[in-house]
Design a binder for this molecule. Structure first.
Ligand SMILES: C[S@@+](CC[C@H](N)C(=O)[O-])C[C@H]1O[C@@H](n2cnc3c(N)ncnc32)[C@H](O)[C@@H]1O
Length: 243
């Protein structure tokens, strides 16, 4: 296989989503509704990945897609070369651009690594906003109750982009502040295994409200779910920047 490990993991990320996402894609019509409601013309999608949300939104506004994973952005650009991309860590991001709406979809604000936590995300969200910007971030309560899980096979399916049958294994381990996942991709014909490790902070509404205030953001409202039945464990925070 001639592809880099990072490229294969980006393809696996897509493959995993294709096979597992169900109601999550209901966030797309939800965001389209918000674009119309707030009359947003210029949008920044933070943690855009391979474009699941950014690409459909580009039919409604000018979208800039930001992610620190360059291989995921490469896939996004193969799908829609018109979208402006920024390959950067949002926690180091600076901009003089004005965005009407900044969207942080699919629990990206809860993404945990050695340097990121919701407070740092909010700190940098404020920096990317001006007083006319609005931000919506989607946080999930589901991490709070997901149990520890020993390695188990989730599914095996053919993946066209790597032309192979891929077996996907999953394990999770709970810690005090976050849950850690390991997703293992076994490419049968290529006899290769790739691991994706991710951690997500638990959802703590009191703490989040406190951090919003401490970062001089104003909470406008919280929508629970995407406006369709189910997914009430998802919370959509709408914020403005205080003067
Ligand atoms: C859960 S995925 C969401 C991807 C896509 N928006 C979607 O909804 O399918 C989170 C994305 O955020 C990116 N990400 C996490 N922390 C980031 C940071 N500090 N700066 C830039 N990108 C980040 C990851 O690389 C990943 O692609």
């Amino acid at each position: 296989m001639k592809m880099s490990r990072q490229k294969i993991l980006a393809l696996m990320y897509d493959f995993y989503n294709e096979n597992t996402l169900k109601g999550q894609n209901d966030d797309i019509p939800y965001y389209i509704e918000q674009i119309k409601k707030y009359n947003a013309k210029k949008i920044l999608v933070v943690g855009a990945g391979t474009g699941r949300v950014a690409i459909p939104l580009a039919n409604y506004a000018e979208v800039t897609a930001l992610d620190f994973d360059s291989s995921r952005l490469e896939i996004l650009l193969e799908r829609n070369p018109q979208i402006k991309t920024i390959n950067a860590n949002f926690l180091e991001f600076e901009t003089s651009e004005h965005y009407d709406l900044i969207i942080i979809p699919y629990s990206t604000l809860q993404f945990a690594n050695d340097t990121s936590n919701p407070n740092r995300f909010l700190e940098h969200l404020r920096k990317a906003m001006d007083t006319d910007s609005l931000a919506i971030f989607d946080v999930s309560e589901s991490f709070n109750t997901k149990p520890n899980c020993d390695r188990k096979l989730l599914f095996t399916n053919y993946c066209e982009t790597v032309d192979d049958d891929v077996s996907v294994y999953y394990s999770s381990k709970r810690y005090d502040e976050y849950i850690a996942f390991v997703i293992e991709y076994q490419l049968q014909k290529h006899k290769k295994t790739f691991l994706e490790k991710e951690k997500y902070y638990y959802y703590d509404p009191k703490l989040l409200t406190k951090l919003i205030g401490e970062n001089a953001l104003e909470l406008i409202k919280i929508d629970n779910g995407y406006g369709k039945p189910g997914f009430n464990h998802k919370h959509l925070y709408h914020c403005r920047r205080k003067l």
